[in-house]
Structure formats: structure tokens, C-alpha cells
Design a protein around this ligand. Structure first.
Ligand code: CP
Length: 304
């Protein structure tokens, strides 16, 4: 069975195929009738063990646009609360003739674990601080759409790299496609051996922004934060927050991204998030086409 567990397992040609397929679906969802009948014979379960707005709704919409049957599961209102295990939960759902599982889980590697124990195609919708592959794909797709190509582009990922599955998946995806990547953030929020992934560290935000074509401003993940990780929100904002004054002081135009949800006034101010520099809502819009492509390509393998 084929899965999408992380960008780490993809090759450049896989990303090319996903993007070409997403181009087609982007055209489809801009038509008056936004659906295709491709997956009428496929049933997909969306399992969310952690909160989500964008990813959950985007997957559900992508599945419905492909005419798949969809069931949604939220751990908070399920029998997981009575102590049912992950494998029991998923096997019970699969016994209802489900073909594919989209799963968000707080534990790193949860999707990999599940893929070894159940008979279904698994898509990782975010596993703890590990990977968020469809987010990285929609991010790269949005850079490609805005700047024509990802190859050769300079991308800085700013902020809480340590807790960020978005950062790790983006680093893998961008490097696979031939982009140059730097990370910028407080030392306490940078993983120890980050350079081993082929990225440079730049501690000065202004220098990083002067260097880049694209700045991806990560959310500070307070829910994964130990109080000792960084000095204070006020100091974070001063050193690593992106505001209009800083953006206007640059000698160049840059593209500003954010995976959402935004802590307005922390990693990014509203006058930047809502400006023409930001492609934040384009990222969300592209997420539907990219997820349609991923689901469609995996489903074609189930049908073989
Ligand atoms: N970007 C992202 O994963 O957002 P959600 O947590 O709302 O799904």
C-alpha cells in the first residue's frame, strides 16, 4: 500500500507529478461545477487527534471535489476518550470498508507506526513536531505559482523551527527542488544539528530578509513550548517579528508566507499579513488542489 508519510520519502519527480496534477485540479475547482467523478469508488476517513481548521477542511473539500465518500473523526468526541487504542480505532473504521486514512496526531511518527499495522493508504496531516507533508507541498506550489519556479529561489524560514513540522517538511521539499534555504530564529528554538539538513542559520532577521526571495513566518507554537525555550514574547517580537516598517526598509520586494494560524502581532503584524506581499490565503486556496492531487495519485494505486 502507498502512503504520504513525509516529504523525506519523496523524490523530485514525485513532487513534479503532484504539482502537474494539482495544476489540473486547480483549473477544475475554478469551474462553475467544481467536482470531478474520479473517486466515486473510494472512501476516505479523516482522523484528527489534534485541532485543525485549514488542513481538516481542506482535505474534506479536496475529497468531496473528487467525489469520494468521506467520514470525519475527531478524537475529542470519540471512544479514544474511553481508552480505545489508535490501532483498534483505525481497524474498526477500516472494517467499514474505508480505503484511505488522513491522520493528524500529536505524536511524531504516528502515521509511520499506523502504516505498519493497518491495511490502508495513510496520508500524514501533521504528526507532532515531525512532518506536515501536504503543507510543504502547498507552500512550494504557491512559491512556484508566484515566482515561476522553486529551483534557485532563496527561502528563509523564520521563528520556532524546533517545534515545527512545517519547517522540517518545507526544508525537505525546498532542498529536493533545488531552492536555497536559511533558517532564522532564537537559538533556543533552533534544533541543534539543523545545518546537517543543508540549511544555513542566520540569526539576524533583517539580514535574512535582505538575502531571501521568500520569507516563511512560522507560528510560535505556544502549546509545544516549555517556558524556558525563549526569553519573552516581547523580545521575540522585537528580534524576529515581521512588521511593515522592517518590510519597507528592505532593498527588495519579498514574498511573505505563513502556514496559519497566525499569532497576529507576534511573528507577523496585521499590516504585513493583510498586505499584497503576503500570499497566505493563496497558500490555503492552493491546499485544496494540492491535496486533491495527492489523494488522486494515491487512490490510483489502490485501484490498480
Ligand atoms: N497550517 C495548518 O496546518 O493549519 P491547521 O492547524 O488549522 O490545520
Amino acid at each position: 500500500v502507498d502512503h504520504l508519510l513525509g516529504i523525506k520519502y519523496l523524490k523530485p519527480e514525485d513532487i513534479d507529478l503532484i504539482f502537474k496534477t494539482a495544476d489540473h485540479f486547480k483549473e477544475v475547482i475554478n469551474r462553475p461545477i467544481k467536482k470531478v467523478p474520479s473517486l466515486r469508488d473510494i472512501t476516505i476517513a479523516n482522523l484528527f487527534f489534534e485541532n485543525s481548521t485549514r488542513t481538516r477542511l481542506s482535505f474534506e473539500l479536496a475529497e468531496k471535489r473528487l467525489s469520494a465518500d468521506v467520514i470525519n473523526f475527531s478524537a475529542a468526541s470519540s471512544s479514544v476518550k474511553k481508552g480505545e487504542t489508535l490501532i483498534d480505532t483505525v481497524n474498526n473504521i477500516l472494517s467499514m470498508k474505508v480505503d484511505m486514512v488522513v491522520m493528524r496526531h500529536p505524536n511524531p511518527g504516528a502515521g509511520i507506526f499506523l502504516s505498519k499495522h493497518v491495511n490502508a493508504s495513510i496520508i500524514n496531516a501533521g504528526d507532532g513536531a515531525h512532518e506536515h507533508p501536504t503543507q510543504a507541498l502547498l507552500d512550494s506550489y504557491s512559491i512556484r505559482e508566484k515566482l515561476g519556479d522553486v529551483r534557485g529561489k532563496k527561502v528563509v524560514i523564520v521563528g520556532d523551527i524546533l517545534h515545527s513540522r512545517v519547517a522540517l517538511s518545507n526544508i525537505f521539499a525546498l532542498k529536493l527542488q533545488g531552492a536555497e534555504v536559511k533558517v532564522c530564529g532564537p537559538k533556543t528554538l533552533l534544533p541543534k544539528h539543523i545545518e546537517s539538513l543543508g540549511v544555513e542559520v542566520e540569526m539576524n532577521l533583517k539580514a535574512a530578509l535582505e538575502w531571501c526571495d521568500v520569507a516563511n513566518m512560522l507560528r510560535v507554537q505556544n502549546e509545544r513550548m516549555d517556558i524556558s525555550y525563549f526569553p519573552s514574547t516581547r523580545e521575540y517580537v522585537k528580534q524576529f517579528g515581521l512588521n511593515k516598517k522592517l518590510l519597507d526598509s528592505l532593498n527588495k520586494e519579498i514574498v511573505v508566507m505563513h502556514p496559519g494560524p497566525i499569532n497576529r502581532g507576534v511573528e507577523i503584524t496585521s499590516d504585513v499579513a493583510d498586505s499584497d506581499h503576503a500570499i497566505i490565503l493563496d497558500q490555503v486556496q492552493n491546499g485544496v488542489a494540492v491535496r486533491m492531487a495527492v489523494i488522486y495519485l494515491l487512490a490510483s494505486k489502490i485501484k490498480q
